[in-house]
Design a protein around this ligand. Structure first.
Ligand SMILES: NC(=O)c1ccc[n+]([C@@H]2O[C@H](COP(=O)([O-])OP(=O)(O)OC[C@H]3O[C@@H](n4cnc5c(N)ncnc54)[C@H](OP(=O)(O)O)[C@@H]3O)[C@@H](O)[C@H]2O)c1
Length: 278
């Protein structure tokens, strides 16, 4: 199969390129293909004629987005819209990535978000990603939207930051009132591959590793696996204010993927695998 990957220098894109290394890949960064430019997108897709477009391009600076609303909207909403239009015209399947931030994040923490639960984004980033989802649904029919969360992989990420901090500090403070599922980019890329091979129904899927934790417990797990002797101090989100509000509850049910016989590793197993090379 011929696959066009956009945003090809990003964290997820690196894992996607590796997962699909045996396929015919056309990898584009923003200089080669700016997804916000409809003329460029239509021309590029028409020339390449891919079977699949995997959109790894996004505006992901969650805090900065609060001040760069227009730019975030262009990349996270107009970008996928352009790709959806071009996919439809060229009979390609669009694979788009979204986020837990489309939900309100305030459900009781014992509960999980299902794909169809009410959307109520609390941030500019989340709102623009939700607009992107809607544009994909409206403009093409052959699409998968994989909603992920707490992503880590090659490059700078939370796990690496914690390990770095532990090298210069005896203690790190980490929020313990935000709940979710860390997701290894390698596993997300593999799930995308499984979905294509199994030809599961088009639509929206919550897509994280299995199991739930807090950033605090996740940090303790990282240090435990790496045998790092550093105290982890639990703090509240109130004590750790940021420009964009973080969801208290990011827990997304994976039942829909599991019903389609997609194999999803647990976050603990994924973390161990990732840490073998860190
Ligand atoms: N990271 C997370 O924790 C997380 C959580 C939930 C969902 N997600 C979603 O997962 C997906 C992948 O995230 P990621 O962490 O891999 O993102 P990332 O590392 O920030 O990569 C995004 C890439 O998109 C490129 N890009 C920006 N504007 C573009 C444009 N107009 N045209 C083409 N490329 C453009 C960026 O290039 P430059 O760097 O040159 O700007 C960057 O290489 C995104 O859809 C994101 O919303 C991520």
């Amino acid at each position: 199969m011929k696959i066009l990957i956009t945003g090809a220098n990003g964290m997820l894109a690196k894992a996607v390129k590796d997962e699909f290394k045996n396929e015919e890949l056309i990898c584009t960064d923003v200089a080669e293909l700016d997804i916000t430019d409809i003329v460029a997108v239509e021309k590029y897709v028409q020339n390449v004629k891919p079977d699949f477009i995997i959109n790894c391009a996004a505006y992901t600076a969650v805090d900065k987005a609060e001040e760069q609303k227009e730019l975030a909207y262009k990349i996270n909403a107009i970008g996928p819209k352009n790709l959806a239009i071009a996919s439809k015209k060229n009979n390609a399947t669009l694979i788009h990535i979204s986020t837990d931030y489309v939900f309100g994040g305030n459900k009781p923490v014992e509960e999980n978000y299902s794909e169809n639960d009410e959307k109520n984004p609390q941030t500019v980033y989340g709102s623009t990603k939700l607009e992107g989802e809607k544009f994909v649904e409206e403009n093409c029919s052959k699409y998968y939207i994989f909603r992920t969360a707490w992503l880590y992989g090659e490059g700078n990420n939370f796990v690496r930051t914690m390990i770095k901090l532990s090298q210069d500090h005896n203690e790190v403070s980490v929020v313990n009132d935000q709940h979710g599922s860390p997701t290894y980019a390698v596993d997300l890329a593999n799930i995308i591959h499984q979905a294509i091979l199994k030809n599961i129904p088009y639509g929206i899927y919550n897509t994280t590793n299995l199991g739930y934790t807090t950033w605090y417990d996740f940090t303790k797990k990282i240090f435990e696996i790496k045998k790092i002797n550093c105290n982890v101090k639990p703090v509240t989100s109130e004590e750790f204010q940021r420009p964009a509000k973080r969801p208290t509850n990011s827990k997304m049910s994976k039942d829909k993927l599991l019903k389609n016989e997609i194999i999803i590793p647990t976050y603990e197993e994924a973390l161990k695998r990732y840490l073998k090379n860190e």
